[in-house]
Design a protein around this ligand. Structure first.
Ligand SMILES: [Zn+2]
Length: 322
């Protein structure tokens, strides 16, 4: 199977009450960890590339790594997606360069500008057999080159979604219901603390999601910023010389619930970073004499694979759905 678009994936996910995981890729070990998990669990998967990833690893290297993963896992539906395209030009270069899906993110612009640029990307993408994700509402947090201060985020207005989807012709819509980019998703003042002193985030706004679903029934919805920042990994990082105080994410049970509704794509990046970094920190501390990068990248790749396998089975519900 060659790379596919997300059209069929999302249709099956919507009807089946699960979501497809969109995992960010930046190097070979991450691509291998994600796709080996998807292959073993027979799950569809979206590999997504941010502007920062293209800057770090180079567009061609990333596309070739993903092509290798497709060849190694011929029975797994895989899409290659641009995460947070910031202009028509960025989207066009990915459409021309082998991606099967792009996101145009003009969510911080006025509504009419968002409609106009999204429509321009949709027209070009659809002419080339590529699908488009757009966004309404803004998430707090930091992800590569996307940065919104806490307090400046805004939930999606459900009364805008139908007009936006109709006028732009986009294929899926990212909405803001309280998820957030990065490993520090909430300020302590937004949260409560449990008995162990760990922050408990405010719940997602399922009322906003339900309202959006009513306006655009059957239409695939996307959640960004949906890492859960598992505390066992934060603990390992901090135990082995790191310093990540009050890193928290979105509870997995809330994501599972969203996946049962109209949410067809859930973006997970920070959890992969966290799993790799925790594993490498621990390995370095326990093997101070090792200096071959393969020695610590091998368990790091395994940690990515284990993390993704857990998400596919227990959070997204996409295992066995390839
Ligand atoms: Zn995002």
């Amino acid at each position: 199977m060659a790379l596919v678009t997300t059209t069929e994936m999302f249709k099956k996910a919507y009807d089946g009450g699960y979501a497809v995981g969109a995992f960010n890729v930046n190097n070979m070990e991450i691509v291998q960890g994600i796709t080996e998990a998807a292959g073993e669990l027979n799950s569809p998967v979206i590999l997504q590339v941010s502007k920062g990833a293209r800057k770090y690893a180079n567009h061609t290297y990333l596309v070739k790594l993903v092509e290798a993963a497709v060849e190694e896992n011929p029975d797994i539906p895989m899409a290659l997606h641009l995460d947070h395209g910031d202009s028509f030009e960025t989207c066009k270069s990915c459409i021309d360069g082998g991606f099967t899906s792009v996101m145009i993110d003009c969510s911080s612009m006025p509504f009419e500008d968002n409609v106009r640029i999204t429509k321009q990307v949709v027209d070009y993408a659809h002419d080339h057999g590529v699908v488009v994700e757009a966004e309404l509402g803004t998430l707090a947090g930091v992800e590569d080159e996307v940065s919104v201060e806490h307090g400046s985020e805004s939930y999606t207005h459900p009364d805008e979604v139908e007009e936006f989807v109709t006028r732009t012709g986009c294929d899926s819509l990212a909405i803001a219901i309280g998820t957030s980019h990065g490993a520090y998703k909430f300020k302590a003042s937004q949260c409560t603390r449990n008995e162990e002193g760990i922050l408990v985030p405010p719940p997602l706004r399922f009322d906003v999601l339900e309202e959006c679903i009513k306006r655009i029934p059957g239409f695939p919805i996307v959640l960004h910023g949906s890492s859960s920042v598992p505390q066992e990994f934060v603990k390992i990082v901090n135990q082995y010389g790191g310093n990540m105080p009050d890193a928290i994410g979105i509870p997995e049970a809330e994501l599972r619930h969203a996946a049962e509704l109209a949410v067809c794509k859930i973006n997970i990046d920070s959890d992969i970073r966290l799993a790799m970094t925790a594993t490498i920190r621990q390995y370095m501390a326990e093997h101070p004499d090792h200096f071959d990068p393969r020695q610590y990248l091998k368990p790091a790749r395994q940690a990515v694979k284990d993390m993704v396998a857990h998400k596919l089975q227990n959070v997204l519900g996409s295992a066995g759905k390839a």
